[in-house]
Design a protein around this ligand. Sequence first.
Ligand code: ACO
Length: 409
Amino acid sequence: MTIELRVLRPSEWDEWYQGLTLAFGGIPQSPEKAALIREITDFDRSLAAWDGAECVGSAGSFGMQVTVPGGGLAPMAGVTMVSVSSTHRRRGVLTSMMRRQLDDIRAWGEPLAVLTASEPVIYGRFGYGAAASLIRADIDTARVRLELPEGTESVRIRKIPAKDALAECEPVYARQVPVRPGMIVRLPGWDRLQYLDAPEDRQGTSHLQTVLAERDGRTTGYALFRIRPGWEDAGPKGRVEIQDIQADDPASYAALCRYVLSIDLTSVVSMSNRPVDDPWQSLISDIRRCNVRVQDSLHVRLVEVGAALEARTYRTPVDVVLEVADAFCPWNEGRWRLTGDAKGASCERTSDAADLSLSVRELGAVYLGGSSLAELAAAGRVRELRRGALAEASVAFGSDTAPWGPHDI
Ligand SMILES: CC(=O)SCCNC(=O)CCNC(=O)[C@H](O)C(C)(C)COP(=O)(O)OP(=O)(O)OC[C@H]1O[C@@H](n2cnc3c(N)ncnc32)[C@H](O)[C@@H]1OP(=O)(O)O
């Protein structure tokens, strides 16, 4: 079998996209969603694998910017649209696409690659580390109370029509981007994707609904959700399925939570993707009634170790020599001296003795401050070679705010 890998041509998009959707189960895609995905596809950064005239693999990426610890933005490749035909699986097609893609990303000068994985087991072998978690929850609204912060009463909640949602909500989202590591600046088109409300995304629920939080006539937050109606003999049992909640301040956030927890004919608020430190958990009277589950969210790959470690800041001063292993991208291998603090950092090659030894995957896992070096050392994945270096670096790499990606890349 000879597989040819090449950059996607516009005339090949239909077949390429059909293969991609089939690999994810083949749910029919609405014309409006397919048209938008086509519009945002970055053809120069999209790869197609061909077995003769048949497209058997896809992998795309987008040139994006991500918030890193310290609040700055770093260039990243947002990796997505990865699939291999079920007739060609486990023959190395994905590996060849990952090889080509990481070489390209390096050539484009992007120090990081970031993705959300269909299965977390897939990408570790290519040097990606699980860098952020998300929580899912089902809040039993009859069994919990909210402890509301001062100022909640001065927030007004207002429903708005779908056509106004993007214009009202995106400025709130943009203000939240610098607040949390992992938040991604939405490219044109990616914003429209959030409000598209395609039929295949509803699956038995209502249309996407939007409410705004307002204070003194200004928009200070929003909630996007769908209602899944449900009935039992004992009465209504609908669910409020949250797509996103963002707010500028605690009172606006609490007012939005109060609203979604009190919609008539519903008894559960279901959250499928929230940060692990999402504040509703501190407002609620009984966390056991919320069935909170944790799952991996963003996976990060340092494409250029030096540039990536210089692109973020460090919570406390740090001066460590890292011995990095990277079998898939050997240009990263060797010793790097990282010096930095809350203002900035430098990371250069060195021949000095190493303080910590780890693979690029562990560096990816701690990059956004979601996992700690100490936690990975306890699992035997980081080795301390100079006494004290682990504690010093572990604290420095941390983040006060948990990293999180608000939606799939
Ligand atoms: C960022 C995103 O887009 S995530 C979406 C990923 N896509 C999907 O999940 C769609 C459905 N799945 C697929 O299309 C394919 O199974 C893929 C893309 C996950 C894997 O493609 P393949 O061409 O089969 O992978 P390839 O043959 O290169 O495998 C490389 C290695 O990864 C392993 N591997 C690949 N996929 C999986 C998996 N799902 N579970 C466990 N191991 C896997 C292989 O066993 C192989 O291991 P080895 O090197 O030790 O032999």
